[in-house]
Ligand binder design. Structure first.
Ligand code: PRP
Length: 210
């Protein structure tokens, strides 16, 4: 595994992951916990952001403070990435949001794209891709490639549950990208589902499972 993979290790993350894995967790709770877990991940994901000095006047005197240096662009992969957006927007109210619509063909497991909308100036921003599941890695690799074609050069991927197959593909194809996950699961099954995983995140967020 490459040096750009960070498995974020925290007791609250482990507890929340267990709620998400539980087949009996309803969509309403799933959404709440996914958002909370994303906030916990964000603390680590944003640890290396650059600061610039910012003078601030307290009620008593002027002192030197800080502001964030770089613009942030958040890019959820539809649909499941949408469940992670609000957590980042609360931390970065000024962030702009791009969307990438991708679904996996159930036979080939290859990503099929259906929607793209990005803000300008990707080349001057830190781009944070959100998708809770990194299975074969096809979707996130495609998203990274599209963003690079449009100028993005500082890219972070935030996922929650990853399979070794997907991590290998992503680190091989895009060794420059920083990858943050909550857990590396055991393997993919023959249908490309992560084991033990949590099922289909998009369906569980939006209540569309059969
Ligand atoms: C799931 C998941 C990821 C992708 C992961 O989305 O949310 O986007 O599959 O698989 P990969 O790493 O093998 O590409 P899905 O295709 O089910 O679409 P959905 O989010 O709209 O349900």
């Amino acid at each position: 595994m490459g040096g750009n993979l960070f498995v974020v290790n925290h007791p609250l993350i482990k507890r929340d992951l267990t709620f998400l894995r539980d087949r009996n967790t309803p969509s309403s709770s799933f959404r709440t916990i996914l958002k909370r877990l994303t906030t916990l991940m964000a603390f680590e994901v944003t640890k290396d952001l650059d600061l610039m000095p910012k003078e601030v006047e307290t009620p008593l005197e002027v002192t030197q403070g800080h502001d964030l240096k770089d613009e942030i662009v958040i890019v959820p992969i539809l649909r499941a990435g949408l469940g992670m957006v609000d957590a980042f927007l609360e931390l970065f109210p000024e962030a702009r949001v791009g969307h990438i619509g991708l679904y996996r063909d159930e036979e080939t497991l290859k990503p099929v794209d259906y929607y793209f909308k990005f803000p300008k100036n990707l080349d001057k921003s830190i781009v944070i891709i959100l998708d809770p599941m990194l299975a074969t890695g096809g979707s996130i690799c495609a998203a990274v490639s599209y963003l690079k074609e449009r100028g993005a050069n500082k890219i972070k991927v935030v996922s929650l549950i990853a399979a070794p197959e997907g991590i290998n593909k992503l680190t091989n194809e895009h060794p420059d990208v920083q990858i943050y996950i909550a857990v590396l699961d055991r393997q993919l099954n023959s249908k490309g589902f992560i084991l033990p995983g949590l099922g289909d995140a998009g369906d569980r967020i939006f209540g569309t499972e059969n």
